[in-house]
Structures are given as structure tokens and as C-alpha cells.
Design a binder for this molecule. Structure first.
Ligand SMILES: Cc1ncc(COP(=O)(O)O)c(C=O)c1O
Length: 369
């Protein structure tokens, strides 16, 4: 059994660098000017990743990613708005659940978990219902790793004069989105994903005009992004207790992101991780759930071996003992498991992880090779 900390091959929390973890060894006061500068610098750097400095505000929010998604919908969709939710997995379903809980009118359009939503679908749906004010989309649906065609969908939404809310939780920082090319009202992500920070805060890039018009939309005090932004602009401080160590870690993670070469370099490394993973799994005879054309280099889903001796829990524990943490499948119809390609990991780690998977499956007598 490996005594080193295991490598997380999961979509967040994920493997972080020692430098990022080290940045959490300092305590910050929330009133401290230096901490407020850290927050301001963070927001500026995050906006630069989407080329959104002129058009969008970055509003950070305490909590996990879902908090930020819920806050974005609750703040930016007016109480009399209606959201078209595009679903092809669990996180799309969560968007619909958020609308339901918040009491916002919504309709859903669901495709199979291996079928991206198309711009033509959205065009047809918007023609059929003029009451829709907003469209909500998952960029990379992490429950499988499928990539939805964001640029095309964004154009259609704009042509119809509607507003787009993008959950880019698992893709932001690795897959390019330029706010000047892809029109959106809100794009949501979090600290502990492709930027390789630790979990604990989300952030919403909100179109300046839409945010300015959002006063009084939210039914929640803590989740009101208009208030959060107004307070932060006025004081430079977070409205309520900030996740200081998470902010410091994300700031340090962003320094490394830029040193690595920013988004193109991050994307290339994750693509190489995904490629290495696919090649090695293929050699073991483990089949990917998605065809390559719609697979984002973020997380991959594999069919579980069809052998009664295979049980995910036992498999997971044995692979963990060899130093790698895998992720369970999230599909209802077929038995699968997932392997993340993101985090502070390299193609060599992916190859070693698959070697460990192969060893475990042989130990379990699931694989004969
Ligand atoms: C697409 C997507 N949306 C939302 C979330 C937010 O989840 P959480 O609240 O667990 O951070 C995740 C987390 O993995 C995600 O992948």
C-alpha cells in the first residue's frame, strides 16, 4: 500500500500542487487591505481568462459550485422570468431543481446522456415558447464528460434576444470561452476545478448591465449576487466572512496557471491526460461511454467490466490502496465509473493510474491478461 497522499482522479476536489496547499499556511484578516487586494487581483485575473473585463463583473461567492449556480439564477432571472433548462445529465437536472426551489418558471429539454443539445434544438424551442427569457446550459456535463456546443447555442440564444446562463463549472479555465465572441449573461465556475485551487468558493461572471438591473430579484439574502457585488465594490471586502484560505490558495493556483501558459497550456495538458487515459484503458479492453467527438478532456466515463466479480466499491478501495482515487459513475441506465483528467496531474500519472487499474482487475480476476 502506498503511504503517499493519493492522486485524486476526480472532478473536484482534485489534486493540487504543494505550492497551492502551502499558500493556505497563512491566516488572513478579512479587513486586511492585503487580503482585499488579493480578492481584487483574483477577480481581475479571472475576468481576463474570459476576456470579460469590459463587459462582465466577477462576483465571488462563498460555498461550493452549486451555491454560485443557485445565486446566479436567483439573482439574474427576474421573478417573472422563465428559464429553458437544457439537460443531458445530473447537473442539468440540478439546474431545473434550482429553478423549482427558487420558484422561477421553467421548462426542460432533455436529450440522452450521450447526446449533446444542439443549436437547432434551442432554436426550435425558443420559436415555440416566446415566454422564455433565459436559457440555462451545462458546458461540460460532468456526469459523463460530454461537451455541449456552447458557441453555437449562445448565438441562437442571442438571435432570439434571450439571455444565456452557463454552468461552466468543470470546463472553465481549460476550455476557451471568449465573452466578446460568446454572448452570455452569466458564466459560473468554482475554485476547485480546472484552475486547480481548493474547493470553497464559486464565482459568477455576470454581464454588467444585467447585474445592475438585478436589484431585488433574489429571495435570499446570502445568495444575492447584486448585494454581494455592490458591497464588494463599495468596500473592497466580502459581504460576509470570506473563505480566506481558499482565496489565497486560488490566487497562488492562478500564478501557476499563468506560469504554465494560461488556458492553452492547461487545455493541452488535460487533452494529453485524456489521450493517455483513453489509450491505456483501451489496451485493457475497457470501453469509453462517449465517442471521442463529444468527449471533453475533463472527465471520462467507462463501462464497468461485465463480470459478477466486479464491484465498484471493492475496485475503488483496491485502486485507492495503490495511490489513486477514482470516481463512481453517475448514470442510471448503465454501470460505469469515471476517471478525471483534471488537476495537478500529468499524462505519466494517467498511465500509472491505468496500470494500477489493470493490476487490480487482474487481482479481482476480472481481467485475464
Ligand atoms: C457541471 C457542474 N455543475 C455544478 C457543479 C457543482 O457542484 P458542487 O456544488 O458539488 O461543487 C459541478 C461539480 O462537479 C459540476 O461539475
Amino acid at each position: 500500500m502506498s503511504t503517499a497522499a493519493p492522486i485524486l482522479l476526480t472532478p473536484g476536489p482534485l489534486t493540487t500542487s504543494a505550492r497551492t496547499r502551502q499558500a493556505m499556511m497563512v491566516d488572513w484578516g478579512s479587513w486586511d487591505d492585503r487580503f482585499n487586494q488579493l480578492t481584487a487581483s483574483l477577480c481581475e485575473q479571472l475576468l481576463a481568462i474570459i476576456n470579460g473585463g469590459d463587459s462582465h463583473d466577477c462576483v465571488p461567492l462563498q460555498g461550493s459550485g452549486t451555491f454560485a449556480v443557485e445565486a446566479a439564477i436567483g439573482t439574474l432571472v427576474p421573478r417573472n422570468g422563465k428559464v429553458l433548462v437544457l439537460i443531458n445529465g445530473a447537473y442539468g437536472k440540478r439546474l431545473a431543481k434550482i429553478c423549482e426551489v427558487l420558484g422561477r418558471a421553467f421548462s426542460t429539454f432533455e436529450t440522452a446522456e450521450d447526446e449533446p443539445t444542439t443549436a437547432a434544438d434551442v432554436d426550435r424551442l425558443l420559436r415555440a415558447d416566446s415566454g422564455i427569457t433565459h436559457v440555462a446550459l451545462i458546458h461540460c456535463e460532468t456526469s459523463t464528460g460530454i461537451l455541449n456546443p456552447l458557441p453555437e447555442i449562445a448565438q441562437v440564444v442571442q438571435q432570439h434576444g434571450k439571455r444565456l446562463i452557463i454552468d461552466a463549472m468543470s470546463s472553465f479555465g481549460a476550455l476557451p470561452v471568449d465573452a466578446q465572441q460568446v454572448p452570455f449573461d452569466a458564466l459560473i465556475a468554482a475554485s476547485g476545478k480546472c484552475l486547480e485551487g481548493v474547493p470553497g468558493m464559486g464565482f459568477v461572471f455576470a454581464r454588467k448591465q444585467s447585474l445592475a438591473e438585478a436589484a431585488g430579484n433574489s429571495y435570499s439574502l446570502a445568495m444575492d449576487l447584486f448585494d454581494q457585488h455592490t458591497y464588494m465594490k463599495k468596500t473592497g471586502q466580502w459581504r460576509f466572512t470570506p473563505p480566506t484560505h481558499v482565496v489565497a490558495a486560488l490566487h497562488e493556483a492562478l500564478l501557476q496557471y499563468n506560469e504554465e501558459g494560461g488556458l492553452p497550456a492547461r487545455h493541452s495538458r488535460y487533452a494529453a491526460n485524456c489521450q493517455a487515459l483513453m489509450e491505456e484503458m483501451n489496451k485493457l479492453g475497457l470501453r469509453s461511454f462517449l465517442p471521442a467527438a463529444i468527449q471533453a478532456p475533463i472527465i471520462a466515463t467507462f463501462h464497468a467490466p461485465k463480470d459478477p466479480r466486479y464491484q465498484f466499491k471493492a475496485f475503488y478501495e483496491r485502486v485507492k490502496a495503490k495511490g489513486y482515487i477514482l470516481y463512481p459513475g453517475k448514470l442510471t441506465q448503465v454501470e460505469t465509473f469515471r476517471v478525471g483528467c483534471i488537476g495537478h496531474v500529468q499524462p505519466a500519472d494517467m498511465r500509472e493510474a491505468v496500470a494500477a487499474i489493470g493490476d487490480v482487475l487482474r487481482e479481482m480476476e476480472v481481467l485475464e491478461i
